[in-house]
Write a protein that binds this ligand. Structure first.
Ligand code: NAD
Length: 239
């Protein structure tokens, strides 16, 4: 029987999608080896050259459209299926692959690349056109659309971050997978979990600033070990 107080939260980053063929921001092969974030992922960059920013996002949308979930996404969806509302997935990823794998309770801290928001009327909708017939894409009201992702220097969606904070604080195990843990406030969620008594587990081929608080660590690609991690979590949640 499931222990009623047992809760799990998992926070994922770009590394979880690496094995689906989507480049990470940092580390080997990351986007940021060739492009600086302050040139592409900021409101200032968009105001200065919206076409340059849209071309970057268009390329990422086209790339994501041709990718599928890997065993790391599928393992986390299996964990949700087993734990139901005792599991919450918090992701910094914007690619939509967790939902495609079957995850339902997803807190998207940094938005979603498949959503666009109008700079004039503020309406936000899902739009999976990739590529767009013309850049920049325009809203029906005549305003310019922007990707509905959180750029550097912008605030995280307040309600979503608040929910992530609550889930981190309530978790018995807080799993961190595929994040370099340098982007705040997302990285701080693991520390919040630890300070409320959670065991922090990490899946990442490389050491991160969170590694020192982790009780367990898998130094391996997420797709290769996620099933093992999920099985271990499920073995811990029995009464
Ligand atoms: P990051 O690029 O900073 O770090 C990626 C991390 O993943 C590194 O620590 C690396 O060692 C690790 N990694 C690489 N391959 C891995 C694998 N196979 N399995 C497990 N870990 C692996 O990514 P981040 O920490 O998510 O950075 C935060 C920002 O990057 C966020 O704003 C996020 O929105 C954005 N981002 C998202 C995507 C996406 O949606 N797929 C892609 C790139 C960047």
């Amino acid at each position: 029987m499931l222990d009623p107080d047992f809760r799990v939260a998992a926070m994922t980053g770009a590394g979880v999608s690496a094995e689906s063929g989507i480049a990470t921001f940092r580390g080997l092969g990351g986007h940021w080896e060739n492009a600086r974030p302050e040139e592409l992922a900021t409101p200032q960059a968009f105001a200065a050259d919206h076409l340059k920013v849209w071309r970057f996002y268009e390329a990422r949308r086209v790339q994501c459209a041709n990718c599928s979930p890997n065993p790391a996404h599928l393992g986390l969806a299996r964990l949700e299926e087993a734990l139901c509302d005792r599991f919450t997935l918090i992701t910094q990823n914007v690619d939509g692959l967790h939902a495609m794998a079957g995850s339902r309770r997803i807190l998207e801290l940094h938005g979603n690349i498949w959503r666009v928001r109008c700079l004039e009327c503020g309406e936000e909708v899902e739009d999976r056109t990739a590529p767009f017939p013309e850049l920049p894409p325009m809203c029906g009201c005549g305003g310019m659309l922007r990707p509905a992702v959180v750029w550097f220097g912008e605030s995280l969606p307040g309600e979503i971050f608040e929910s992530a904070f609550q889930e981190a604080a309530a978790s018995s195990i807080f799993l961190v997978a595929g994040t370099s843990a340098v982007v705040e406030p997302a990285a701080g969620l693991a520390r919040i979990a630890a300070s409320h008594g959670a065991k922090v587990w990490e899946v990442n081929p490389e050491e991160t600033p969170l590694s020192y608080i982790c009780e367990k660590t898998w130094r391996a690609p997420a797709g290769e070990v996620m099933d093992e991690v999920v099985d271990l979590i499920l073995s811990k949640c029995q009464d």
